[in-house]
Structure formats: structure tokens, C-alpha cells
Design a protein around this ligand. Structure first.
Ligand SMILES: Nc1ncnc2c1ncn2[C@@H]1O[C@H](COP(=O)(O)OP(=O)(O)OP(=O)(O)O)[C@@H](O)[C@H]1O
Ligand SMILES: [Mg+2]
Length: 138
């Protein structure tokens, strides 16, 4: 089964449907680009895929043992985040929050994982930079 399967999905807010009849699946290793005009529903689709927003119709299924807390989501900077004085390293580490449960600190393995993933992404040189000073792409 695919990691993600979308069946006959309709998106919307109350009675206002912004997209309907969406069907696709995402396999392990896939890259999926969602392209559309401003206001066409990209963010709403992502929120619906993450089960942060209820679909108006249809369903979003997780497969291959994928769990909700194993999905990372990095929204582009919002007004609130603009005043969030965290370093890039801290932001990357926050991707481990789903594993922490009630533990208030990150452990050594999680810190190493964050370093490894910054290296993989070629952003180690940005680690100490303030997150709010980065460009959207960075
Ligand atoms: N919380 C909300 N309540 C009601 N309508 C909303 C809400 N959020 C978004 N919308 C509307 O839903 C439509 C899709 O918005 P969405 O944010 O998904 O678009 P987008 O494709 O991500 O746009 P952008 O490229 O500007 O980020 C827009 O018409 C928007 O005004
Ligand atoms: Mg958007």
C-alpha cells in the first residue's frame, strides 16, 4: 500500500468547496509538488492531508505503517514565526518533538539526528543563524 492515499477528496470551509474529486497516492521516496494560484487551496490540501482540517468529502488514508506523528510539516513563515527568535538548529530539532512525548528535553540521539539531517540538506552552515532571518527557500 502507498504511504498516503487520497480518495475522492473534496476540500473546503463550511459550504464553500474549493477543490473536489482529488485522487492520488504517494509512495515511499516520492516527491510531490502541489502547484496552483494564490488562494487555490494548496495550504488547505496540506492541512487536510495532515488531518488538521476535516475533508468535506472523501478520505485521506495512511498506509505502510505510517503514523500521524511521523509526518513533518514546515509551513512557510507566518506573522507569528517572524517574531520567533529560534536558531535553525533549534527549528530542525523541533522535528523530534513527536518522539519526546512528555520528556521535556531532546536526548543525544535526537541531537545527532538533527545534525545528520542538516548535513544531508547542506544547511549546516546555517545552523546558528536566526530562523527569522532566512529566506523562504532557505
Ligand atoms: N480558515 C479559513 N476559513 C475560510 N476560508 C479559508 C480559510 N483558509 C483559507 N480559506 C480560503 O480558502 C481558499 C484556499 O486557501 P488556501 O490558503 O488553501 O490557498 P493557497 O493555495 O495555499 O494560497 P497561497 O498560494 O496564497 O498560499 C481561499 O479562497 C481562502 O480565502
Ligand atoms: Mg498557502
Amino acid at each position: 500500500m502507498a504511504l498516503l492515499t487520497v480518495q475522492n477528496l473534496s476540500l473546503g470551509y463550511d459550504a464553500h468547496i474549493i477543490a473536489k474529486g482529488l485522487n492520488f497516492s504517494v509512495q515511499a521516496g516520492d516527491y510531490l509538488c502541489i502547484v496552483g494560484e494564490n488562494g487555490s487551496g494548496k495550504t488547505t490540501l496540506i492541512k487536510t492531508l495532515l488531518h488538521l482540517w476535516e475533508p468535506a468529502e472523501g478520505q485521506v488514508l495512511y498506509g505502510d505503517g505510517l503514523k500521524k506523528n511521523e509526518i513533518g510539516y514546515l509551513p512557510q513563515q507566518t506573522v507569528i514565526q517572524k517574531d520567533f527568535p529560534a536558531s535553525v538548529r533549534e527549528i530542525v530539532l523541533s522535528g523530534c518533538q513527536g518522539r519526546c512525548g512528555l520528556r521535556p528535553f531532546y536526548n543525544k540521539a535526537e541531537k545527532q539526528l538533527a545534525e545528520k539531517n542538516m548535513e544531508r540538506m547542506g544547511i549546516l552552515s546555517l545552523a546558528k543563524r536566526c530562523y527569522r532571518e532566512l529566506s523562504g527557500g532557505q
